[in-house]
Design a protein around this ligand. Structure first.
Ligand code: HEC
Length: 195
């Protein structure tokens, strides 16, 4: 019995002295490396790395896999330069228009209309003004290159769609816009009123 009391007082003593009143420290720890991981937390300070943190910035000029840089600036000069289609990928000519239809329906039709006539639901309800149809009479000078430019940078009331679409999706949509343009140009003989 005495032995039992002695043993439990040792345990209680251990528990009491193992704690301390500072809540930010674990008190005495008997197997320290099990409490504190020796590995670095992602954004913690790290003395032995060049940038002083565990996570390092990528080397300057790094391009993420699948990301295609677009260098033409959001300016009139950039727009003019985009006309010569230097950004158009070689596979564009052979693309089908159909796969771009759904994407167009999701991202463009509420303004430009399902047919590309500029009468999307937001135009009909007058939530936005000045959305052009794609016909050659309304937009005589657009090319796949300028459409890409406008998707990347936006234009006036049209915001950039760069962050919403992948590189491949943009070209799919552009192919579909060029098809709508053909259809619109065949039907829209009299010039649509300027917006
Ligand atoms: C919020 C409404 C809106 C959405 C969504 C929208 N546009 Fe536009 N878009 C406009 C407006 C407004 C203009 C006219 C800009 C101007 O010239 O002032 C325009 C202009 C254009 C032009 C002609 C630009 C030029 O070179 O003059 C193209 C091409 C175009 N949009 C394509 C698209 C495509 C492709 C999408 C879908 C990815 C899209 N737009 C989504 C509103 C929109």
């Amino acid at each position: 019995m005495k032995k039992g009391i002695l043993l439990s007082s040792v345990v209680v003593l251990g528990l009491v002295t193992g704690c301390n009143s500072d809540k930010s420290t674990p008190g005495y720890t008997y197997m320290d490396d099990m409490y504190r991981s020796p590995s670095l937390e992602t954004y913690s300070a790290a003395a032995n790395t060049a940038q002083g943190t565990a996570a390092q910035l990528p080397v300057e000029g790094t391009v993420a896999r699948g990301y295609v840089p677009y260098d033409l600036p959001n300016s009139n000069e950039g727009y003019e330069a985009s006309k010569n289609n230097s950004a158009v990928p070689s596979y564009f000519a052979a693309l089908d228009a159909e796969p771009g239809k759904e994407l167009y329906g999701t991202f463009c039709s509420h303004c430009h209309g399902l047919k590309g006539d500029g009468n999307g639901i937001l135009m009909e309800r007058e939530k936005i003004l000045g959305v052009p149809g794609y016909s050659t009479s309304r937009l005589p000078d657009i090319t796949p290159g300028t459409i890409y430019h406008v998707i990347m940078h936006g234009k006036n009331n049209m915001g950039s769609h760069a962050s919403q679409l992948t590189y491949e999706e943009r070209w799919k949509i552009i192919k579909y816009v060029m098809k709508l343009r053909e259809d619109q140009s065949a039907t829209a003989a009299p010039a649509e009123p300027a917006a």
